[in-house]
Design a protein around this ligand. Structure first.
Ligand SMILES: [Zn+2]
Ligand SMILES: [Zn+2]
Length: 187
């Protein structure tokens, strides 16, 4: 494989269910060969992995890289509480900040804020007032928190269904993808 360990680690970190958080300092990472898991945990001397690559070569293996990436992502989520989506400041299509409010609609599904982007001239709406909405900011935040605390996409979607959000694991995946894309620019 020509990818570096770091690149492989990033791929693992983004793969569905590849990393399970056991606790604050211990993670279980699925073996890429498909046979079991390796345990990565934090020590005073840094991250340690149970795989042969780390054990015998003493290198930062792809599992450690994967945990570091996933750890950083989760910290970001904890710190920023998904503010880029909550306090909408960018066009959802072109990310331009030149957006203006374009009226508020009230209907039985809640208050819908309409926005117009001055750069790409597209319109988009954000629901700001009904908890059982499909794509409301609180729901997205909840999804992120569940996912980055180690839940699988399917479990995350299932939990959200329990609080009244009828979404699929594919939707959760799209949010994660979008949000990690936003965050990667900040690294
Ligand atoms: Zn390893
Ligand atoms: Zn735009």
């Amino acid at each position: 494989m020509s990818n570096t360990r770091q690149e492989q680690g990033e791929l693992i970190a983004k793969a569905t269910g590849a990393i399970k958080r056991i606790n604050e300092i211990t993670y279980s990472v699925i073996s890429q060969s498909g046979s079991g898991n390796y345990e990565v945990h934090s020590t005073q001397l840094g991250w340690v992995c149970s795989c042969p690559d780390h054990k015998f070569r003493g290198v930062q293996c792809k599992h450690i890289h994967a945990v570091i990436v996933s750890f950083a992502l989760r910290k970001e989520v904890e710190i920023r509480r998904i503010e880029p989506i909550l306090n909408i400041q960018n066009c959802i299509y072109c990310k331009s900040i030149k957006i203006v409010k374009d009226g508020l609609r009230y209907n039985k599904r809640g208050d819908i804020q309409k926005f117009n982007c001055k750069d790409c001239s597209k319109y988009f709406t954000i629901n700001i007032g009904f908890e059982k909405m499909k794509h409301n900011p609180q729901g997205i935040t909840t999804a992120m928190q569940l996912y980055f605390s180690g839940e699988s996409l399917r479990n995350t979607a299932r939990s959200l269904k329990l609080i009244g959000m009828d979404i699929t694991h594919q939707t959760v995946y799209n949010w994660i993808d979008k949000y990690t894309g936003l965050m990667n620019k900040c690294f």
